[in-house]
Ligand binder design. Structure first.
Ligand SMILES: C[S@@+](CC[C@H](N)C(=O)[O-])C[C@H]1O[C@@H](n2cnc3c(N)ncnc32)[C@H](O)[C@@H]1O
Length: 229
């Protein structure tokens, strides 16, 4: 297990600092604010607006980490009675005592999903586990580089460490893989807004938007795949 330190971000929510990379798991300006903005508002809510009559979707996350994006997706699934099948890749799971030290369970939905959050971390890998009536989690203990799937996904949460820290995950080969895993009409969302990322996503035929970033960040990127199969 990699050594991580629990930190508090500016909105009072926890995050992790990974000394090995000198990198945090979220924006220092607020982990909760960042996840809600980049992945829920600009990702999930946007997908919902495009597909109002669809009641089920498949999400693929790169980097399960603290499980914050999964928890916020569970909250949205239960609130909107929307079935979410959430697959998340994570080669370096965090320790049980680190999970206990994160305050997301109590900060989200007034603690209603605290037990669900803990279960997300203790449930087995490589199996679809129904965590709540509308939310099923499948954690895969794989690096993106080694992950292969025949399924496609409606929404991609690309939450890898920054390109300056983990360049290999942002290279064209991995983005190409992600683009192949996107269903027609699927949406890719990330906190990163680097020019090279935008050029690479465009070169893969995706429609790229630069959007206002999470609190304290100027911009973020969303990309969509054409709706035709
Ligand atoms: C920026 S953190 C975000 C994690 C998570 N979404 C969260 O909210 O806590 C990036 C995550 O990607 C994971 N990761 C590292 N290398 C990876 C790889 N090759 N493929 C997939 N995930 C990877 C890290 O272990 C870490 O949990």
């Amino acid at each position: 297990m990699r050594e991580v330190k629990v930190i508090e971000t500016e909105d009072g929510s926890s995050s992790l600092f990974l000394p090995e990379l000198n990198e945090t798991y979220h924006s220092f300006h607020g982990a909760l604010g960042e996840s809600r903005h980049v992945f829920i508002k600009m990702g999930l809510a946007h997908w919902r607006e495009q597909f109002l009559d669809v009641r089920e979707l498949h999400v693929l996350e790169v980097g399960f980490g603290t499980g914050l994006n999964a928890l916020l997706s569970l909250e949205a699934a239960e609130q909107e009675k929307l079935t979410i099948n959430f697959t998340s890749l994570e080669p370096y799971p965090i320790a049980a005592e680190t999970v206990q030290a994160l305050n997301y369970g109590s900060m989200v939905a007034e603690g209603r999903y605290e037990n669900d959050f803990l279960r997300m971390h203790t449930c087995p890998w490589g199996e679809a586990v129904k965590i709540s009536p509308y939310f099923t989690l499948r954690k895969e203990r794989y690096k993106l580089e080694d992950f292969s799937a025949t399924a496609t996904y409606d929404l991609i949460f690309f939450d890898a460490f920054a390109p300056s820290k983990q360049a290999e995950l942002w290279e064209k080969e991995q983005l190409e893989k992600i683009s192949r895993l996107m269903a027609p009409g699927a949406i890719f969302t990330t906190y990163c807004a680097k020019g090279q990322l935008k050029r690479d996503l465009k070169a893969l035929g995706l429609e790229v938007e630069t959007l206002p970033g999470a609190p304290g960040k100027k911009e973020m990127v969303r990309a969509g795949k054409s709706g035709e199969a």
